[in-house]
Write a protein of this length. Structure first.
Length: 200
């Protein structure tokens, strides 16, 4: 079974195993330009959920595919794109409803349970973030270095410090250890000790 339908601004092809969404001229130039592609092809086995909206006189119909991987995995040889992950949608007008309705009926309808959807979105976000870090490291090393420094600073900020005041006696002991290790001079130790005792 092979189907080709023209929607509103894009087309869809289905050969029984793969779905291909093809951008029209305007979509290719404007909406899909961020992915640097004019088509997305994905195996039906990678489709985890299909959201279907019936077209009416006032509202366009739509088929939205939730896939195992982010949209860029199915375009341009899987090259990473920072574009939003919302490309796998086709819309149509009421006059085309019969053809799209029949296509939807021929697809195995899938619905994800809320917990499955949550886990899927979490996995996809992790995959996208890993690809983003790899892309930045390979193509923008200076930005990757800045991000690494920012993450290190974030970790240091979260780490408990002596000024966090967990316990006065514990802080005094830590100050003594720092003095004994040679990190603090006797004068610095005395000043910090006096400061600490003042706060208690």
């Amino acid at each position: 079974m092979s189907v080709h339908l023209d929607g509103y601004g894009s087309s869809i092809e289905f050969d029984g195993e793969h779905v291909t969404l093809i951008a029209g001229r305007v979509e290719a130039r404007l909406l899909w330009a961020a992915w640097n592609t004019d088509r997305f092809t994905f195996p039906l086995d990678d489709v985890l959920e299909i959201d279907y909206r019936h077209a009416t006189a006032l509202i366009n119909g739509s088929l939205s595919f939730t896939t195992r991987h982010p949209a860029y995995a199915y375009a341009n040889g899987g090259e990473f794109s920072i574009a939003p992950d919302d490309a796998l949608v086709i819309k149509w007008r009421k006059k085309d409803q019969d053809g799209f309705g029949a296509l939807y009926e021929s697809l195995p309808v899938r619905r994800l349970e809320p917990e499955s959807r949550k886990a899927l979105l979490s996995d996809r976000t992790a995959e996208r973030n890993a690809d983003l870090h790899r892309h930045v490291a390979e193509n923008h090393p200076e930005a990757a270095a800045r991000e690494a420094k920012r993450q290190d600073a974030k970790k240091l900020k979260k780490a408990p410090s002596v000024s966090a005041r967990p316990d006065g006696m514990e802080q005094l002991l830590k100050l003594g250890q720092l003095r004994d290790a040679g990190v603090l001079t006797d004068e610095e130790f005395t000043a910090k000790k006096a400061e600490l005792l003042e706060r208690l």
